[in-house]
Design a binder for this molecule. Sequence first.
Ligand code: FES
Length: 512
Amino acid sequence: MDEQADIHGSYWLDTAPPGDPAPPLEGPLTVDVAVVGAGVAGLSTAWELARRGRSVAVLEAHRIAAGVTGHTTAKLSAQHTLVYDRLRRTRGREAARLYARSQTDAIRHAAQTAVELGVDCEWEDTDAYTYAEDPARTDELKTEAEAAREAGLPAEYVTGTDLPFPVAGAVRVTGQAQFHPRKYLLAVADDIRRLGGTIHEHSRVTGLDEGEPCELTVESPASTTKVTARSVVVATHYPVFDRALLFTRLSPRRELVLTAPLDADRAPRGMYITQEQNTRSVRTAPLPDGRRLLIVTGEHFTPGTGGDVEERFERLAAWATDRFGDLSFSHRWATQDNDSTDSVPLVGPLHPGSRHAYVATGFGGWGMSTGIMAGRLLSERITGRDCAWSDLYDPRRIASVVREGAAFLKQQADAARHFVGDRLPSATGPSVDEIAPGDGAVVHVSGERRAVHRDESGQLHAVSARCTHLGCLVAFNRAERAWECPCHGSRFDVQGKVIQGPAQQPLERKEL
Ligand code: FES
């Protein structure tokens, strides 16, 4: 970790072809379906609809498959840590079965798609494991193995794995997969275009008028224009249009990722996750020279509350070195996702009154299988077909005190703490002079709070410290040079530009 200049960002973005640049939208457009967001859920939805003969336009504020999807660990698994026991207790056995079926269907569908499109996306069939090193946790793993098996997955409790360190026990689910997500999705994007659809990068959707038809306002670097569409899908990770107050049921979570090459004979082939040690995930990927790339993930935190994120990277590196021996780290990045309060993603109508607007969010760190599942589900709904698991994922499901109570209240308490607490006058806080090069802090200037960053040359950059989503106070993540909002996870660069929503507007530039 000492020679960070040699460490790259996301491995998936670093090793996929750049892809054909998609032109920003510069004039009005009329389509059957407009999809907002070109990650795995948006592209999968657009592709399914284009194959059914619908005209589609995909509108992406940045680049194709370069946001959350470009920073995933790219596991395609129906085993989502301990979800099956929780599901059968909170929503019943049938819900657990449908969850397993829907996720398994998505993985099989992705495998067929890769073959159909002839894309070399480094697809590998493999087994998924949820493990524990602490013997005190083996009972919950045994219960989860039994619940997953009852839900229809090929699951069993095991004590042996191909990890190079001992575990107390694990749930193994066979027949899962891993791949290179950006290579896969660039091929899907090409096929959308071949089928007559259009994709527009650097085209930020800033307005949605739900009518018959719907109308979207789209801002690109050169113009502001309109898209008219019979149906709209909001697949922007955290929904940029939130008319059902979904933010009350979503908690943002950020995790760190490190990679290092391993000799093939030292590399595990399974995909692993544990909830111990603040979550650790392990998989490997093939490298062109015959070695494998170890990909470890962990150290999750709420954006804006991670403290010294550099220290978190160091802890993750130490953990990996301790278990895999000497490592030369090649890439490091961070990934972000949202947990829903009942552990089931929200995929379906955007709000109770929606007739033609849909949303896909709350993937809980399992965005690959869930994003592909969302594409299947939403394309069925939009084309008027039944989907067996529509109700399971329907965002209009009533929040239940039994199944969501604690998580729901915690999310509200956290957001309220930032929203109210951030407004209380505080006598403490650093002065501008105390901000070291490379660092940033929220400071009081003329009765206002400003987010001030001092770059390595000593120059100061000041923006408003109020998040443009709902007004919480941002905090600086020094390791990633970004302002982060702890309430719902919006992120901004040091100039105030939006990196990640739900905020759509930049932080206002300020003078010091
Ligand atoms: Fe909601 Fe900042 S992301 S207030």
